[in-house]
Design a protein around this ligand. Structure first.
Ligand code: OFO
Length: 169
């Protein structure tokens, strides 16, 4: 059985994962109307789908543990970006925010002595390590490329090979 504090915190995380899914969907939609960003578009559509899976996993865990998972109202995400670089900076910023939130949750599960939730959350801890790594690598690549057009072409092609666009690697 979940304590009220844990249930509320997990429901907040449900909302954060749903917002992540919306944020990445908006990024995909923006990328799709830019010329030539086929790979980036696919990457964010897949990323958005993954976040929905993260949300569902949490939601079902809350209900399985005798709580009530609340389907949240969502704010409209950022719809437009001034550049590709800005888009990926926002991606990294968002993932860092999610990692902090997962860390807070893990901490709470220990203070509440809820070891089942603590165990469940380890999957999210590992997931965030991977997602932060992906976001950092992509930002580093864009930094290297600068305004080089052929570099950007290759970046868009190569991003297809990232886990967000191809499933787990
Ligand atoms: Fe939900 O995996 Fe990152 O945000």
């Amino acid at each position: 059985m979940l304590s009220k504090a844990i249930q509320d915190a997990l429901n907040k995380q449900v909302q954060m994962e749903a917002e992540s899914s919306q944020a990445y969907l908006a990024m995909a939609s923006w990328a799709e109307i830019q010329p030539g960003l086929v790979g980036v578009t696919e990457f964010f559509y897949k990323q958005s789908d993954e976040e929905r899976v993260h949300m569902l996993k949490l939601l079902r865990f809350v209900n399985e543990r005798g709580g009530f998972a609340v389907v949240p109202a969502l704010e409209q995400p950022t719809l437009t970006f001034t550049s590709l670089k800005k888009l990926f900076e926002e991606f990294l910023k968002h993932e860092l925010k999610v990692s902090n939130s997962i860390n807070d949750l893990v901490h709470l599960s220990l203070t509440e002595k809820d070891y089942a939730t603590h165990n469940f959350l380890q999957w999210y801890v590992n997931e965030q390590i991977e997602e932060e790594r992906t976001a950092r690598t992509l930002n580093d690549k864009l930094e290297l490329i600068g305004d080089d057009k052929s570099g950007l072409y290759l970046f868009d092609r190569d991003i297809m090979n990232y886990r967000g666009a191809e499933g787990k690697k």
